[in-house]
Design a protein around this ligand. Structure first.
Ligand code: SF4
Ligand code: SF4
Length: 178
């Protein structure tokens, strides 16, 4: 259930939403209340965020997704701080929103371990066979391990797909240039 909109004059935070600066009333109180849901699922936290946002602000239905995207990005940083984690970003975009990491074809993999030894970012771990256990540590646009896999078992999205994804994410976060 959304909290009461802050009494008196609500503090306004200016955010870039859909390429424009928008003032969000009651921002700090809203974030504090949603942070109480920190151990619930992302979907539940997003729902709480939207509900709190609507309690203090008019949200045009056609722009709801953009409002939520901008607030969610802010919320994730506060959540990471609260949990003692660091929100990793790549060029101003939360790293976890960029789908760039290796995928291993189990049929082809010969279990040689080259990828695990080669990647110094700890993207892979191995027990019986190599696994991608820390995908978002992968350096965006790096394909070093793929080039060293003689079995051709490692794949990535294409650079064309990456460019298109980055274009959409820059738009989402109001980032004008790369
Ligand atoms: S380098 Fe290729 S074949 Fe070797 S373990 Fe990694 S994925 Fe498998
Ligand atoms: S592409 Fe580079 S950073 Fe990513 S897993 Fe392979 S070696 Fe590691």
């Amino acid at each position: 259930m959304p909290g009461q909109c802050c009494p008196g004059k609500p503090a306004v935070k200016r955010l870039r939403i859909g390429g424009q600066e928008v003032g969000i009333a009651g921002y700090e109180e809203m974030m504090e209340r949603v942070l109480e849901h920190v151990h619930e699922s992302d979907d539940e936290q997003r729902e709480a965020l939207l509900s709190e946002l609507r309690a203090c602000n008019y949200v045009p239905p056609s722009s709801e997704k953009e409002y939520l995207g901008a607030l969610w990005s802010e919320f994730r940083q506060l959540r990471a701080k609260k949990l003692g984690q660091v929100e990793e970003q790549y060029r101003g975009i939360p790293r976890e929103e960029i789908p760039w990491f290796p995928t291993i074809d189990r049929e082809r993999c010969t279990n040689c371990g080259v990828c695990v030894d080669f990647c110094k970012r700890g993207v892979y771990t191995t027990s019986k066979f190599p696994m991608v256990t820390n995908p978002y540590r992968c350096i965006v646009s790096c394909t070093g391990c793929k080039d060293r896999c003689d079995a051709g078992a490692i794949s990535f999205p294409s650079l064309v797909e990456l460019r298109e994804t980055m274009k959409q994410l820059r738009k989402k976060y109001g980032i004008l240039t790369d």
